[in-house]
Design a protein around this ligand. Structure first.
Ligand code: ATP
Ligand code: MG
Length: 445
């Protein structure tokens, strides 16, 4: 196990000043799993004032001084050092009314959420009062103490538990699982920002399919919209999964990127409300992409996603089911409309959507997407005109033609681009200027 120099220095200084100090929490969990933690947390018997004294002369930040946490920079590394702590009563289901400092590491470990997060270690020993090492070895998420009590204290733990199951691919132990389901309504007490943060991490987990299937009822507290998708039979030969399973399959099939995975989670959210059956008993979902885009927009606003991200995700959902066409013309038009980055994302979305459908029809679809990708690459490589500033003329050229500065210039450039994308016009200066003049003259008749 590799403990960074800064952390060893911190442990050492506290020890030499006569205090106990341990590495605790997520970094112990990750180290025991053989991973390299990114942030390091220490717990110590020293009071916050003593911590400040011990690290006098070092860069210090009072991160959460009221809760006993001080961040010290050692060997260029920020290290969070917290006095051993026992949490008081929780009356709001979010945070303790008060905290007490204690001299006992076991009391500090007892306030932590899951056994795998409740080990402490130094270079030479691991303190493990709740069987965290065993649970890590067997892949089990288990509450420290009575799970119901612990979720009632702080409902964020419900989402953290689900997150660890998804990210680590662990099973949630039966009692803990029962308590998660029984207490699920309490996540209404958790702030939207924290829900969104945990939900994003859940989506990025390797075991997202199994986990979100198992804890669908918890997700439905946050997003009642998904309830309809669960078990919804699509009655269509292109599908072998119900809408919710298809959704989770598609999430699992795309890159581990929050925007892309969020797109997949909501891409079919309106499907149940768009369902129709034809005379042959075949199911259809006309208009579901647009309707899902509208619904997703509302949900993402509620989740306080940044506006730019919302715009991107909503656009991807809107286009996820629209055929692109296998011609240079059709690819170029959509590339022009969406921009290169979004277009690339759209191809990933379409691929993931296909992977989550009936395997019998996948091959052809995937081949088409490859062709489209090839066309897009060539267009980009040959620097084909896709956006306004790739036109062989610019605003100044039009002003020189005698067209007045301002709105008409932009409008004419847009029209020229559209004609080029439609292959009605070549992107060369002479042709473009001629056409610009014609548009301008016509507009004044
Ligand atoms: P990550 O850093 O990957 O999000 P983590 O488990 O390290 O995961 P932190 O928020 O860094 O999470 O918290 C550090 C430690 O503090 C946890 O490992 C756990 O022991 C404890 N902890 C964090 N949040 C809670 C909580 N809501 N209830 C109880 N203990 C918690
Ligand atoms: Mg952490």
């Amino acid at each position: 196990m590799v403990i960074p120099t800064g952390v060893r220095l911190a442990l050492d200084r506290l020890d030499r000043a006569g205090y106990e100090a341990y590495i605790v929490g997520g970094c112990v969990r990750d180290s025991l799993l053989g991973e390299t933690p990114t942030d390091w947390d220490l717990a110590t018997s020293a009071s916050p004032e003593r911590i400040k004294e011990v690290f006098n002369g070092y860069n210090q930040i009072d991160t959460g001084i009221r809760h006993g946490t001080i961040t010290v920079i050692l060997d260029d590394m920020p290290i969070e050092i917290t006095t051993y702590r026992v949490d008081g009563k929780y009356s709001d289901g979010r945070r303790p009314d008060e905290v007490h400092f204690t001299g006992d590491i076991v009391e500090d470990l007892a306030r932590r959420d899951f056994t795998i997060n409740a080990c402490a270690m130094t270079e030479s020993e691991v303190i493990d009062p709740f069987g965290g090492k065993d649970d890590l070895r067997h892949g089990i998420i288990r509450s420290v103490g009575d799970p119901k009590e612990r979720f009632k204290e702080d409902a964020l733990r419900i989402l953290r538990g689900i997150r660890f199951a998804s990210v680590l691919g662990f099973k949630v132990e039966e009692e803990t699982k029962k308590a998660i389901l029984d207490c699920r309504e309490l996540i209404r007490n958790v702030s939207m920002e924290r829900i969104t943060m945990e939900f994003s991490k859940i989506l990025l987990g390797d075991a997202v399919y199994d986990t979100l299937l198992e804890f669908q009822a918890v997700m439905a507290v946050v997003f009642p919209e998904i309830q309809e998708m669960v078990g919804f039979d699509q009655r269509n030969k292109y599908h072998i999964y119900d809408v919710y399973r298809h959704t989770l399959k598609s999430v699992e099939s795309i890159d581990k990127d929050v925007a892309l995975r969020t797109t997949m989670f909501f891409h079919d959210i309106a499907k149940p409300s768009c369902f129709t059956l034809d005379e042959n008993g075949v199911g259809h979902f006309y208009g579901h992409a647009k309707a899902s885009a509208v619904m997703a927009e509302g949900i993402l606003e509620r989740m306080r996603f940044p506006n730019r991200k919302i715009r991107d995700i909503v656009e991807l959902i809107k286009y996820h089911d629209r055929p692109i066409g296998l011609t240079a013309k059709s690819v170029r038009k959509l590339l022009g409309k969406m921009g290169e980055e979004q277009f690339r994302r759209l191809l990933k979305v379409k691929r993931a959507d296909t992977m989550a459908k009936n395997p019998n029809f996948q091959e052809e679809k995937l081949k088409d997407l490859e062709i489209i990708e090839g066309i897009a690459y060539s267009l980009i490589a040959e620097d084909a005109c896709i956006t306004r500033n790739q036109l062989a003329v610019n605003g100044n050229d039009l002003i020189e033609l005698g067209i007045p500065q301002g709105r008409p210039i932009g409008r004419i450039l847009d029209t020229l681009l559209e004609m080029v994308l439609n292959e009605e016009l070549e992107n060369n200066k002479a042709d473009l200027l001629k056409q610009a003049k014609a548009i301008w003259v016509k507009s004044r008749l």
